[in-house]
Design a protein around this ligand. Structure first.
Ligand code: C2E
Ligand code: MG
Ligand code: MG
Ligand code: MG
Length: 291
């Protein structure tokens, strides 16, 4: 099961997990143990390049196979970790694990890079770049194969430290993206002064654009402005062919969403990539809808 919707009538079992009965400190401690016990694992959701019609990268998404409740999705426990040491440990675990998996995918002939989500407090932590560099040195991957996704909160928490982190990572050769753009108090003018490689436009903007013309205008001008500022755009949460089509026509560089596939564990991802990323590329758009 990939999302709560598919739980149907049992949904409450998933929506009220532990949070009512355990303190934040207990959940954090449980998660630390989960990382050690192998209860935590990663799934990967592909991003499709609209021009090449190919999967160009995958996003690592944490999954917790919880002994009491089964699949425990991050939206329930990531907020509990905000600002804690556990969030930093999670980030390091994810980078190391995701880059090991990327190595396997690449050695199987999949020319991809990897993105990981990093909590905004972790991103601005003084030792963040150091810990990423330590993992890079240990594993020896090419830095351009790692993309760090961070939300704009990082800029609100500590603008100076965030700017330093953006510049430091960029200068070392990592890629950086702003996640969930448009879901909060977004400020596109900030992009002008930051070395952002990708702007990930939040699902809420995509689904609003599906409903009304004014939201479509906002989406189109966001894509245009980001592009003019030298930033690639990713449309998140694409669920229908119509959404894929309008986002492509508006100039989004990448698409990601359930329309293509939800996140997949490694074994299923390899199969999916072999099927979908053949010589013809992904067949999501017919030739006549190409811009
Ligand atoms: P995100 O980084 O914006 O990831 C996208 C989320 O939207 C994922 O949920 C993904 O499964 C879901 N999604 C993708 N396509 C669609 C779609 O077409 N429709 C709908 N309705 N949903 C879609 P997930 O995996 O539950 O993650 C939720 C959030 O939890 C992530 O949002 C991210 O902020 C956070 N998260 C996940 N893994 C990690 C992690 O390893 N570290 C940190 N710090 N945060 C994580
Ligand atoms: Mg993300
Ligand atoms: Mg996102
Ligand atoms: Mg999101």
């Amino acid at each position: 099961m990939y999302h709560a919707k598919s739980a149907g009538k049992n949904r409450t079992q998933i929506y009220t997990p532990l949070l009512g009965t355990k303190s934040a400190a207990e959940i954090r401690r449980d998660l630390m143990n989960a990382m050690e016990n192998g209860e935590l694992y990663l799934e990967y959701q592909p991003k499709i390049c609209t021009r090449r019609r190919k999967v160009i990268s995958v996003e690592a998404l944490a999954r917790w196979d919880h002994p009491e409740i089964g699949l425990y999705l991050p939206k329930f426990w990531v907020p509990v970790l905000m600002g804690s040491h556990t969030m930093n440990r999670l980030g390091e675990w994810v980078v190391a694990q995701a880059m090991r998996d990327l190595e396997i995918l690449r050695s199987n002939g999949h020319d991809l890079w990897m993105s990981v989500n990093i909590g905004s407090d972790h991103f601005v932590a003084p030792d963040f770049i150091e810990t990423v560099e330590a993992i890079q040195k240990e594993q020896g991957f090419d830095r351009s194969l790692l993309e760090i996704e961070v939300t704009e909160d990082a800029l609100f928490t500590s603008e100076q430290r965030a700017i330093a982190a953006f510049n430091g990572l960029h200068d070392l050769g990592y890629r950086i993206s702003i996640d969930d753009f448009g879901s909060g108090y977004s400020n596109i003018t900030r992009l002008a002064s930051l070395p952002v490689d990708f702007l990930k436009i939040d699902q809420s903007i995509i689904s609003a654009a599906n409903q009304n013309a004014r939201a479509r205008t906002i989406l189109a001008s966001t894509i245009t402005m980001a592009t003019d500022l030298g930033c690639f755009t990713v449309a998140e949460g694409i669920e229908t062919d119509r959404q894929a089509e309008f986002a492509t026509l508006m100039g989004a560089n990448c698409l990601q969403g359930f329309y293509f596939t939800p996140s997949l564990p490694m074994d299923e991802l390899s199969i999916w990539l072999n099927e979908q990323n053949g010589p013809q590329g992904h067949s999501y758009l017919r030739a006549d809808t190409e811009p």
